[in-house]
Design a protein around this ligand. Structure first.
Ligand code: AMP
Ligand code: MG
Length: 491
């Protein structure tokens, strides 16, 4: 790889300039031999970047953080509650913010690296990432985007040529991540424990300008920021629930201010419906189980509100009252978004997951549906897609999912009485999600040098609503012998 003679890209450094206390200038590690493994042409186009250029030596140098003239590269400081325990000293231990870029739509986007080497925040870690998990983040984040769920995006994965020591020696890689920003609840926790109200105010002002500009005109802008983040997270988690997504590590450092899903570590999609589902090897207490996600989001938002108290009013008691009033709205905001999303899955309203309450859908219908999904351990994705066929008088796909077909009859009749809209169902319920057995198959092959299964799976999950001939196995649940699934983080 040649050293670029001059940069064609100059990233903004708004975060680094506004918040120097939280931005540690850091160089990216030099890859032993950089090799592009995946490049996201559609995302490159959205960002106004030429995908052919990204594939050139200069482009690869940019993507791996070797073009130091392209911006001010910083490791971001943050704190966080990890599994309920506060750790003031987290930060980018293996990530860097290269800078910000305005996309074609005029919106500012962070360009960041993951797996770019040691930083001041690396602690005992090597700062590196492994090819399989970086391709996993690429695949699942792009699937989430295609499902319409707010998320960070993946621009590229580059193998570094380094051997990375885990249980075995694994191929090293970097992921190029694109985000509305990398501001997290943990960023605010860092500013708050620093005890520096000026830093906290600058951070809040930066977050308002970037994500919730209307808050700047509110009577109390910082309270409006809190409200905006509460709404964005209520909507986000409702959307996770309605696609069966389990984040797996909802620590406060992994919860964004933008309302985007971030940090695809031990995440996975639930197959058969069970609110207690946990895949992560380190979540023995089941803290981050599927069914706990709304409560955990609420808990994290309380931690966020605590950081804002010095900005809310002059009197601490009044600040607490204001924050508590805002936080009390979370359960209803979440439930409304979840119900609206579920109504659309049932073809019963034009509502989206963020469109407020689902008028006209009887709550008992939804409650009884949850009971049926649980008691028959139905495959969450297959069920809704099969259900749509019932509107065309084809009951077999759905009744064949249960041992006694009559078990669904009463519920199906009540639902059909509401005249569900099949087209709405087919554009709301995916055929293809990144099923665990398919993800493992694709990553095993990729780690062994065969990228074809990864490419085909990516193709399926990034057009998730369109049933295609030849993709039948991508719509199937895991075979019996796949067994229980376990995911790992920090790899
Ligand atoms: P995560 O669980 O991925 O959100 O990471 C939690 C913290 O551990 C963050 O501060 C990461 O930067 C850090 N971390 C994870 N893996 C590594 C690694 N291989 N080297 C250095 N720091 C790491
Ligand atoms: Mg993280």
């Amino acid at each position: 790889m040649s050293t670029p003679t001059s940069s064609t890209i100059h990233l903004d450094a708004q975060f680094a300039e506004a918040l120097p206390e939280m931005a540690v200038p850091t160089a990216a590690e030099v890859p032993a031999k950089a090799q592009l493994v995946a490049v996201n042409d559609a995302l490159a186009a959205e960002l106004g970047l030429d995908a052919d250029w990204l594939r050139s030596d200069d482009g690869t140098a940019f993507l791996t953080g070797q073009d130091t003239a392209a911006g001010t590269f910083v490791a971001q400081a943050y704190s966080g509650h990890q599994f309920g325990n506060f750790n003031p000293h987290l930060g980018d231990g293996r990530a860097l913010l290269l800078g910000e870029l305005r996309n074609r739509a005029g919106r500012l986007r962070d360009i960041g690296l993951k797996g770019s080497g040691r930083t001041r925040f690396s602690r005992m870690g090597d700062g590196r990432a492994v090819l399989g998990p970086m391709l996993r983040e690429y695949l699942i984040s792009e699937a989430m985007a295609a499902l319409g769920v707010p998320t960070t995006r993946s621009l590229a994965v580059i193998a570094t040529g380094h051997g990375v020591r885990r249980e075995t020696i694994q191929p090293g890689a970097m992921l190029v991540r694109v985000a509305s920003s990398h501001l997290r609840v943990g960023s605010f926790q860092y500013a708050r424990v620093a005890g520096d109200d000026d830093l906290l105010r600058r951070l809040a002002d930066h977050a308002i300008a970037r994500h919730h500009p209307d808050a700047a005109d509110a009577e109390n802008p910082y309270l409006a920021l809190l409200d905006a983040v509460i709404s964005a997270q209520a909507s986000l988690v409702a959307q996770w629930m309605n696609v069966g997504f389990i984040h797996g590590v909802m620590n406060t450092d992994n919860m964004t201010i933008s309302g985007e899903t971030i940090d695809y570590g031990p995440c996975a999609f639930m197959d058969h419906f069970d609110p207690a589902t946990v895949f992560s090897s380190i979540d023995a207490q089941r803290r981050y189980a599927y069914g706990n996600q709304p409560q955990i989001a609420h808990w994290n938002l309380v931690r966020f509100a605590e950081t804002l108290l010095p900005l809310l009013t002059d009197t601490p008691e009044r600040g607490i009252e204001l924050a508590e009033a805002s936080l009390r709205r979370f359960p209803d905001l979440y439930t409304d978004a979840w119900r609206a999303g579920l109504a659309a899955k049932l073809g019963l309203s034009a509502g989206s997951a963020s469109a407020g309450s689902a008028d006209g859908v009887p709550p008992e219908l939804l409650g009884d549906l949850m009971d049926l999904l649980t008691s028959h351990a139905l495959d969450f994705t297959t069920f809704f897609r099969a259900l749509a066929r019932v509107t065309s008088d084809d009951r077999t796909p759905v009744t064949s999912l249960v041992s006694e077909p009559e078990a669904l009859d009463a519920w199906l009749t009540r639902w059909l009485d509401l005249s569900p809209d099949r087209e709405l169902m087919d554009r709301t319920n995916p055929v293809y999600i990144p099923r665990n057995h398919l993800v493992e198959e694709a990553l095993d092959a990729a780690t062994g040098g065969d990228l074809a299964p990864f490419g085909t799976l990516l193709d399926a999950v990034t057009s998730p609503f369109t049933e295609r001939a030849g993709f039948e196995r991508y719509a199937q649940p895991a075979p019996e012998d796949f067994g229980p699934y376990t995911t790992y983080c920090g790899t």
